[in-house]
Design a protein. Structure first.
Length: 321
């Protein structure tokens, strides 16, 4: 009887089962990357490496040696790609071979021991805003329109909590929740890791004002931040597109306030850099900031620690003639 029940519940045919059992580990590795952006980037990087070597099928990756990887790195350097880009491409390839090692498909990782170009490990390249610039951006959206009220709440959510734009766009109404009497944001980060961030009082006030005006505070499973209009389909009960956060909010108000001219490379990630830099400058514990930002490694968090490179501490301002 038990075998009969199992047979009825089985949804794969024998042919489908056999086909999946024959899937190469190289394709399994790619399918296991849950982040769409990372998967696309890694796929392109590995395909580029495959084309460079003339590999014809997934199993051909198992014949690669360290010399092949070094030759590819030298080609990337000859193309004058940035050190960061080259390091990412090598990381993608290394990720593939780590998976193949786990599956016993290869004896070792040929990327191990391949020297990677030096990148700026002391400070991140994303520009952070000053306190005055952050306030100007927070106050830029109008207070008398639904879009303006929503945009103020979004800018506050970014500047006070250091979230990635994908994380912000993925928030649902029920992700604003009370824990031990304090409002928190339930944030789903990279690799689907969940973290709880205490909600800043200013951001809480702006989010509650937005929900009251928008009228979807009771739609707990619905998106927290939504479009205010949709000229294509008219559908408004959907999550914002992460690309629109830059185009319709950061870039829009950056231009209207003049910040785009003051801050070279102003982008959505600048909000995250600003939040992290500000927290560290006000003596937040770096381990707590790492957890707050959802970083896997504290070395990434240190890129935002600019306490040792503050302009006011530079010897420039000690020079007297």
């Amino acid at each position: 009887m038990k075998d009969l029940v199992v047979a009825k519940e089985r949804s794969l045919s024998t042919a489908q089962f056999s086909k999946l059992a024959d899937v190469p580990a190289e394709l399994e590795w790619l399918a296991n990357i849950t982040n769409d952006k990372t998967r696309r980037a890694y796929k392109c990087d590995v395909m580029e490496f495959s084309e460079f070597l003339g590999l014809k099928k997934p199993e051909d990756f198992r014949t690669v040696t360290r010399a092949h990887v070094i030759a590819w790195r030298e080609t990337l350097e000859a193309r004058e790609l940035s050190p960061t880009t080259i390091r990412r491409k090598l990381s993608a390839l290394s990720s593939l071979y780590e998976y193949l090692c786990e599956r016993n498909a290869v004896a070792g990782n040929p990327v191990d021991g391949v020297k990677r170009p030096m990148a700026n490990g002391n400070e991140g390249s994303t520009p952070a805003l000053s306190d005055d610039q952050a306030r100007r951006l927070l106050e830029a959206p109008p207070e008398d329109t639904l879009k303006g009220v929503r945009d103020r709440a979004i800018v506050a959510a970014l500047l006070y909590h250091g979230m990635r734009r994908e994380e912000l766009c993925g928030l649902r109404v029920k992700d604003v929740q009370s824990r031990e009497g304090v409002k928190h944001l339930r944030v789903k980060g990279k690799r689907d890791k969940i973290r709880y961030i205490p909600l800043h009082p200013q951001a809480q006030r702006l989010i509650e004002s937005y929900l009251l005006l928008a009228g979807h505070a009771e739609d707990l499973d619905g998106p927290l931040f939504r479009p205010v209009r949709n000229n294509k389909t008219g559908e408004l009960e959907k999550h914002l597109n992460p690309n629109s956060i830059y185009r319709n909010i950061v870039r829009k108000y950056g231009l209207s306030t003049g910040l785009s001219g003051e801050v070279n490379g102003l982008c959505v990630h600048s909000m995250r850099a600003t939040a992290a830099t500000n927290a560290l400058s006000h003596e937040a514990d770096i381990a707590k900031v790492q957890e707050w930002l959802g970083h896997a490694n504290v070395s990434t968090t240190r890129l935002y620690d600019r306490r040792k490179t503050r302009p006011e501490d530079s010897p420039t301002f000690r020079v007297r003639y």
